[in-house]
Design a protein around this ligand. Structure first.
Ligand code: ZN
Length: 141
């Protein structure tokens, strides 16, 4: 079984890169560093993102047994921009679960995690936060 045969967060929520101009017009520049700590595998990795190399809305979990795994980049930026914070340094836990080959049996929550560091440079003239921000990730019924 290949290690890419289980749907990850991006397969479910989409691979769109975060559209910073529309979603976060007050961000002038940013840098994001992500260190992945997998639960079972040992192929941890570090990834760097910036305005020139944008992340997708969700970063996928690379744990091979994990379903729907990943974390939301947009959530981090939404919270930071809402509070106008310039630094974030914290852990993001995987949202996925470890399951049987077809995903029918849920063994346990995936405990892979990412150490995430973000620094944001804001535009000097504050713009009004978009009031529709919370509607960008509507709950799916
Ligand atoms: Zn996972």
């Amino acid at each position: 079984m290949s290690r890419n045969d289980r749907p990850k967060a991006c397969d479910i929520f989409g691979y769109r890169p975060v559209s910073f101009e529309t979603a976060f017009p007050e961000i002038k520049n940013f840098e994001m560093e992500v260190d992945f700590e997998p639960e079972l595998l040992r192929d941890s990795y570090t990834a760097h993102f910036s305005m020139d190399k944008r992340p997708t809305e969700y970063i996928d979990c690379r744990e091979s047994l994990c379903y729907r795994g990943g974390f939301s980049v947009r959530d981090i930026f939404s919270e930071m921009v809402g509070k106008r914070e310039t630094k974030y340094d914290g852990w993001q836990m995987c949202r996925g679960y470890l399951g049987s080959p077809k995903g029918k049996v849920e063994y346990q929550a995936c405990v892979s995690r990412w150490k995430v560091r973000v620094s944001i440079e804001y535009n000097s003239v504050p713009t009004t936060p978009p009031e529709t921000e919370h509607q960008l990730n509507p709950p799916r019924s």
